[in-house]
Write a protein of this length. Structure first.
Length: 211
């Protein structure tokens, strides 16, 4: 059993996990959730408040109760649904396997550059000094699921990652870093070279020459 599967089992065994599991099936009221998980309405509201703060649950349109009083229903957010789905990683990994089998290295390289440019087009261009643009690019990687820091050494700037957002597949497909390299080059406006460490625990590192 994978680590992700174990995490899912442990999460869904918790009270909040059980609430999330129910809301993935249908939008429910506090009363309906309370009956399903064996908690008081106040206890359910407490859990829902935490889940709302975390962006996992949201209120739906009011639902008319049995005595005519409108009751709010709750549902899982689309962001949470995507977070809990394991299909994205599996399908993405298999798609890369097929592409690698059908394309030569040059074609794969060109494809990754095209992906990086497309990602850059979908984001607001960075402005200001080079340092400002590098900081902006690092924040962009954080928004994609990374954990980065901007460092400087010997006249060179680095964006160093401590949690690779593509870690589940980049070990088998290091060419993915080329897409991020192109994304950063487009956003920062100066050449970027990837110096990532691949393996069981991938670590991102992108070098930006001072100008």
């Amino acid at each position: 059993m994978s680590m992700l599967s174990r995490w899912n089992r442990k999460f869904y065994a918790s009270t909040r996990g059980r609430i999330i599991g129910l809301l993935r099936r249908a939008a429910l009221t506090v009363d309906q959730l309370g009956r399903a998980v064996g908690l008081t309405d106040n206890a359910v509201r407490s859990h829902l408040a935490s889940l709302e703060r975390d962006g996992l649950v949201e209120q739906d349109a009011p639902k008319r109760g049995s005595v005519g009083k409108p009751a709010h229903t709750f549902r899982i957010t689309e962001e949470a649904n995507q977070l809990l789905s394991r299909a994205y990683i599996t399908v993405f990994g298999r798609m890369l396997d097929v592409l690698s089998e059908r394309m030569d290295r040059g074609e794969v390289h060109d494809l990754m550059q095209a992906v990086g440019r497309r990602l850059a087009m979908e984001n607001t261009p960075a402005t200001g000094s080079q340092q400002d643009r590098v900081n902006f690019a690092a924040t962009l990687l954080d928004d994609l699921g990374g954990a980065t820091a901007v460092e400087e050494g010997n006249g060179t700037l680095f964006i160093r990652g401590f949690a690779c957002p593509l870690s589940a597949v980049v070990g088998g497909h290091p060419e993915l870093c080329g897409a991020v390299e192109t994304l950063l080059t487009e956003v920062i406006g100066t050449p970027v070279r990837q110096k990532c460490v691949h393996g069981e625990r991938p670590q991102c590192c992108f070098e930006i020459a001072r100008h």
